[in-house]
Write a protein that binds this ligand. Structure first.
Ligand SMILES: Cc1cc2nc3c(=O)[nH]c(=O)nc-3n(C[C@H](O)[C@H](O)[C@H](O)COP(=O)(O)O)c2cc1C
Length: 372
């Protein structure tokens, strides 16, 4: 029975090659950040109110100027299309059933045009990694706008390739270098191998130009398609001028940066430690949120470490208006495709409603937390 995100994670572990499962599941360096994220969420307690007749509860929330049925957003995750064939489209379709936006990663397997075709009703956001080659970045943004996407999420916390030692050991990586260990790993998961790789060819980054996609698999990645390691506020301003829709900055943990983001014209920020996957020495989202929320800032979204509906409520109580799910929907996708992702989202929403009922919180705005 799949009753909680851990159950979906266990199903994903059985179905996916070990290298891919670990790529999704694990953190960076000593994984201290992963442990701190969990501990800091566990340390938040939600204040209950009684005898206020707060039932039924409503999850309705305003995010980036729009009223939405829930405060959830599906976070961008690279290579979701390796978890299942058409993984990004399936996730977008699952999210759209709940009116939840789905964020397409620059490094998705399926390009945004295909996802739009496969999930015509989905609200698609697009996560941008800025390539060194600005002309190609601008071309990509034109495709994104032409696909009807209005919200751009600029990720600013991935200046360096992270040191994920487990992936160096298990041989999962981009570029993919076949070796005894990773090939045996794939052969041991024949259903995955057939549906994801053999039927369609080795998955790659769908937004990268065709001449470089093969390069991704052979190690000949062009300098122009590497992520710019030295972005500045000036780059943000140029993007702000070029993009007509909303812009969200993802990966902000400092109150000063959050206030600057507002004055520079950001519509929102995502307070995020990138799920403990990039730098292992950061404050956690739960630590940073209250400090950031006390300033004059744009809409606050938050992510990292959500495993229960109550985790979502904790970030809301600490000042977020919306919360992103990263790994959890991928586990749902691995466990059962689109239906698995729907079931996973359902579990989180149902846990949110139950906990809000216990707290006497009629809406997310009623939530308050104890910390420390
Ligand atoms: C497999 C995987 C791939 C990811 N790829 C991206 C990406 O391409 N761009 C990005 O901004 N964040 C990426 N992230 C980070 C997520 O957007 C999000 O910040 C993080 O997963 C939240 O933590 P959680 O997984 O504990 O929910 C990725 C996360 C995972 C697990």
């Amino acid at each position: 029975m799949l009753l909680n995100t851990d159950d979906f994670r266990a199903a994903a572990r059985r179905r996916l090659p070990r290298g891919l499962f670990q790529y999704i599941d694990r953190g960076t360096e000593d994984e201290a950040s992963l442990r701190r994220i969990r501990a800091s969420l566990d340390a938040v307690r939600l204040e209950p109110r009684v005898l206020n007749g707060a039932c039924p509860v409503s999850l309705e929330t305003t995010v980036l100027g729009r009223v939405r049925p829930t405060p959830l957003v599906i976070a961008p995750t690279a290579l979701a299309g390796m978890v299942a064939a058409n993984g990004e489209t399936l996730l977008a379709r699952a999210a759209s059933r709940f009116g939840i936006p789905f964020t397409v990663s620059t490094q998705s397997v399926e390009p945004i045009e295909d996802i739009r075709r496969g999930a015509p009703d989905a609200e698609l956001w697009f996560q941008l990694y800025v390539w060194n080659d600005r002309a190609r970045t601008a071309d990509l943004l034109r495709r994104v706008a032409a696909s009807g996407c209005e919200t751009l999420v600029l990720t600013v916390d991935t200046q360096m390739p992270p040191k994920r030692e487990y992936n160096l050991r298990n041989g999962f990586g981009v570029p993919f270098r076949p070796g005894l260990r990773n090939v045996t790993d794939m052969l041991c998961h024949p259903r995955w191998l057939w549906t994801v790789v053999l039927r369609r060819g080795m998955p790659s980054y769908g937004h990268y130009p065709p001449e470089f996609r093969n390069g991704l698999m052979t190690g000949e990645m062009s300098e122009g398609l590497r992520l710019d390691p030295a972005l500045t506020w000036e780059d943000f301003r140029a993007l702000r001028d070029a993009w007509a829709g909303r812009i969200v900055l993802k990966g902000v943990l400092s109150a000063a940066d959050a206030e600057r983001a507002r004055t520079e014209g950001a519509d929102g920020i995502v307070v995020s430690t990138h799920g403990g996957r990039n730098c292992d020495s950061l404050p956690t989202t739960a630590e940073a949120l209250p400090r950031i929320a006390s300033g004059t800032v744009p809409d606050l979204l938050a992510d990292s470490g959500i495993r229960r509906g109550s985790d979502v409520l904790k970030y809301l109580a600490l000042g977020a208006c919306a919360v992103q799910l990263g790994r959890a929907p991928l586990w749902g996708l691995a466990a059962g495709g689109e239906a698995g992702a729907v079931a996973l989202i359902d579990v989180i929403l149902s846990e949110m409603r139950t906990t809000m009922g216990f707290l006497g919180a009629r809406t997310p705005a009623d939530l308050t937390a104890f910390t420390g």
